[in-house]
Design a binder for this molecule. Structure first.
Ligand code: GLU
Length: 618
């Protein structure tokens, strides 16, 4: 069966595919142009942008050089990602922005998550027998498509946080779409991995399988339809989506996707009224203290902020229980603690987080709650059997301090772990002290597979982030589908301040592994003293409270993996987890931007004015 994991594993096998493309397809061997250079590290002044893509980072940094702020650069770069990373982002999707405003010193957020149609009910994804519909069937169908939130987020961020009009910010991406970009191995591999699915939708095949085959590495990929979409948004604003012709085209494509002969797919239920009702929301950020740092993240509808936050609190609780700080333990003990913390936090995430009233955000982030959970569940010498039970944070107070809640041995319930996976993260900081951490997505790589004919972008399949059926018997599930509801996300854009000053921002794609990737990169940097690039490059482990946990090959096949197995961990090899970017705001107006060295072909970290001799950690 096609599963989320199956798709991830398929894409994780990209290097093989790339070899296949290069050897089997003469088209692919022809290099019309060299792709722009990539660099995982940049240090200098004037602001910084880190993304997975060199064109997007370049466009963001040009905005900074020309006097735009972090919000301006983030939106311009995000629009560029819509061109070069069309399988992971774009105007047909949604996302979350966490933003530290220099003017007020406060951290604000924008939730631009997609919403379900008004007609959705909790059983929309079940058949007559009550069994869940086949996941893959729903993914590549109109039924998975939520009303896009990305254009509304761009509009609100521009008006509320930016200094340039949206039209000016979209112009470089429009030019990029029209002129084209050089196809790299990742884009070619992602196209190939999706080819069968894309062939089901003629508008998608016509765009992304030119001449019937995935675009060749080194060829120029142009998207004049998307250029026209950006031109429409530039001239008409985002009303074109929520109240205009672009919205009518989205609804038509979603409600009755045009398919290849002999292919039928489930129709969608979105209406023009759903688009007109779309509003981005601005929840307070999640906040907790970790060591001497203030960590800000995304509140529900994302589970990112609470889950990363609870796990950080648990790590501090483990320090107290063992009287051995995380900074001083070896690789296996570090990963053991990381795994136990994330599995515990995922148990709570799956029980408590969804777009419902009364999510106990404060309780989940209370230190006393973490102490009680750690005391009941953590053993430094053994992995707790999965799944770990969820706890009850409803009585915990945000101010609860160490030990006050005692040892919570009442936790009993368990809820099955979920796995999900096409997203991209962008981290920007400017010279005034504004910081943008922005994760955006169309959910799976290639989204629903449905391109809006004539407009050059894919529609999301975000609604498959709802639970199709209740996650556990007899336990309320806050993430069932509902009218105009936002599906639960794992996106974890994070901004960290120290002593009130901006210090670090980071994030990653990767579905539910986003949470564990952010947790690991952060602790590799803050606790283990790695450089920012090394913290990102370090081999990853992802435990999400399933029976087995994902481990990259350097862990799974090595001595650390053996040590983890000896503690009772069940490891499954995953060739590649996440694609993080980060920016460290250094003293004296300097910045360190960092990205992946090899995952997804390596990322692009840039600063406005690079040092002649880049240094490291400041
Ligand atoms: N739809 C996922 C979420 O909101 C993100 C997908 C991905 O990162 O690949 O958590």
């Amino acid at each position: 069966m096609f599963t989320r994991r199956g798709l991830v594993a398929g894409l994780a096998g990209a290097p093989l595919l790339i070899v296949g493309l290069l050897t089997a397809a003469p088209r692919a061997a022809r290099a019309d142009a060299a792709p722009p250079p990539r660099s995982p590290l940049a240090v200098g002044t004037g602001g910084a942008v880190a993304s997975v893509d060199p064109d997007a980072s370049r466009i963001g940094v040009e905005v900074l050089r020309e006097g735009g702020n972090a919000a301006d650069a983030a939106i311009a770069a995000a629009a560029a990602l819509g061109v070069t990373e069309p399988y992971s982002s774009g105007v047909g999707g949604g996302g979350y922005l966490v933003y530290r405003e220099a003017r007020t010193g406060r951290v604000v957020t924008i939730d631009g998550r997609e919403i379900a149609p008004a007609s959705f009910t909790p059983t929309v994804f079940t058949g007559a027998s009550g069994a869940p519909l086949d996941f893959a069937t729903v993914v590549s169908s109109g039924l998975s498509v939520g009303a896009p939130g990305t254009p509304a987020l761009w509009d609100l961020a521009t008006r509320r946080l930016g200094t340039w009009p949206l039209g000016r910010l979209l112009a470089p991406a429009e030019k990029l779409a029209r002129d084209g970009f050089v196809v790299d191995p990742t884009f070619a591999a992602q196209s190939a991995a999706n080819a069968d699915r894309f062939r089901r939708f003629p508008a998608t095949a016509a765009l992304f399988l030119p001449g019937g085959a995935p675009p060749a590495v080194g060829s120029i990929f142009r998207n004049p339809d998307l250029a026209q979409t950006y031109e429409i948004l530039r001239r008409q604003g985002v009303d074109a989506v929520y109240h205009g012709a672009l919205g009518r085209a989205i609804v038509a494509a979603e409600a009755h996707p045009a398919t290849a002969p002999g292919v039928t797919v489930l129709p969608g239920q979105l209406t023009l009224a759903d688009l007109a009702a779309y509003r981005p929301v601005q929840p307070a950020p999640t906040h907790l203290r970790y060591h001497d740092l203030d960590v800000y993240g995304m509140a529900p509808s994302s589970s990112g902020g609470t889950t990363v936050g609870e796990a950080l609190n648990l790590l501090e609780a483990y320090d107290r229980i063992t009287r051995t700080p995380l900074a001083t333990v070896d690789d296996a003990a570090y990963l053991h603690r990381l795994s136990e913390a994330s599995a515990t936090a995922f148990a709570d995430r799956n029980r408590w987080i969804g777009s419902v009233p009364g999510v106990p955000v404060g309780g989940l982030l209370a230190r006393g709650y973490a102490d009680a959970r750690a005391c009941a569940l953590f053993d430094p010498a053994a992995a707790h059997p999965r799944p770990l039970p969820f706890g009850d944070p409803t009585a915990a107070r945000p101010g609860d301090s160490t030990g006050r809640s005692g040892c919570d041995r009442t936790a009993r319930g368990t809820v099955a772990a979920v796995d999900d996976e096409g997203t991209t993260h962008l981290t920007v900081a400017d010279r005034w002290g504004n910081v943008a951490s922005y994760t955006l997505t169309i959910e799976q790589i290639g989204g629903s597979g449905i391109t809006v004919p004539g407009y050059g972008f894919l529609l999301n399949n975000e609604l498959t982030d709802f639970d199709f059926t209740p996650a556990g018997p007899g336990v309320p599930d806050p993430n069932l589908p509902g009218p105009r509801k936002r599906p639960r996300s794992s996106m974890s854009p994070t901004v960290i301040t120290r002593g009130g000053d901006p210090w670090l921002a980071l994030g990653s794609p990767g579905g539910a592994t986003i949470i564990t990737t952010v947790l690991q990169v952060l602790t590799e940097y803050t606790d283990r003293g790695r450089s920012l690039v090394d913290a990102i490059a370090a081999p990853r482990l992802s435990s999400r409270n399933g029976r087995a946990e994902d481990a990259e090959p350097a862990i799974e096949g090595g001595a650390t993996g053996a040590a983890l197995r000896a503690l009772g961990h069940v490891l499954t090899a995953n060739p590649e987890i996440g694609a993080a970017t980060a920016v460290r705001i250094l003293p004296a107006g300097r910045f360190e931007a960092a990205a992946e060295t090899s995952r997804r072909g390596g990322g692009s970290a840039l600063v406005a004015h690079p040092d002649v001799h880049p240094g490291g950690r400041g």
